[in-house]
Design a protein around this ligand. Sequence first.
Ligand code: DGY
Length: 347
Amino acid sequence: MSPGNRPKVVICRDMGPDVMPLLMERTDLDVVLWPENRTCDRAWLMENLPGAVGVLGMFPSQVNSEIIEKAGPSLKVVSTMSVGYEHIDLPVLAKAGVRLGYTPDVLTDAVADLSVMLALMAGRNVGETLEVVKNSQWPKFTWSPFSFCGPQLSATERSPTRTVGFLGFGRIAQATLARLVPFGITHCLYTGNPSSQADPTLDQSLAEKFKLKGVRRVDNDTLARESDILFILAPGGPKTYHVVNEEFLKKMKKTSVLVNTSRGTLVDSNALAKALKEGWLWGAGLDVVEGEPNVTADHPLVKEPRCIVLPHIGSATLDTRVGMATLAVKNLLAGIAGETMGAELDL
Ligand code: DGY
């Protein structure tokens, strides 16, 4: 039972001085905060959940029936500080009548920025060339016409078309496309939700909006074959598991670059490592890898010189993280008050 019968909210991580006052000033709430600056222990969470009306996290593991049952019938809202929600068992929440807040939109620009950065880094051999400098190898490389050359992001006289592909074409993909247009890309391909039909009128209006020579919704096969730069920006989960596999990678252009800033599970890591080793594509830029954070120097993708691997920092700008944390807290407070949330997933 909460002190003074104040409704209890369980907060799985301190979200810093910009955001925590929104919670701490709420003297009408019993705020139970994980005291350490690391992911909260599941045992701590389980101990503190009974009787909670709301729980906010970065969660240590799946939000499943065990968690929902532990909180009990008092639980009104789960608020996740993420746009992704594959760690949450949606049917379990729906059945228990628990609302889910999440944090779309506020991270769109940061992830789109990072997606473009990875495309440039992978195409222009930044992984390999940084190693050259860091290992004092630069003096050995006298300038030569074609050393370290990679594919160019923009269309050129020699290659007058440049096609960018998107596996998944939501908010982040479209923000990434908007950033790429000034680089001089010419065409865009994207995949759509299989439950809807391709719409040439929509493609035409997208081409006009982004001032491109062509925009086309295509199947995965065409996407793999025709993209010069391919961005994976679809949700994780069983429906997209290993959609980028050996078969897919074999179809890609040898000069193409693959970027994944969504979820590691979409890409078969072993197949991608093999593809890079055997030159089926040029390079890859990954902010996410299946099995993260357990990705170390001996991981087959980390060992690939043409693969840039970052530790899931897509949304890691100060402004974006404060925006995400603020939205997550506001979602929580709205959820327990029975009010409209800033961003609620329709369960
Ligand atoms: C999310 O919010 O799901 C992102 O992956 C975090 O950067």
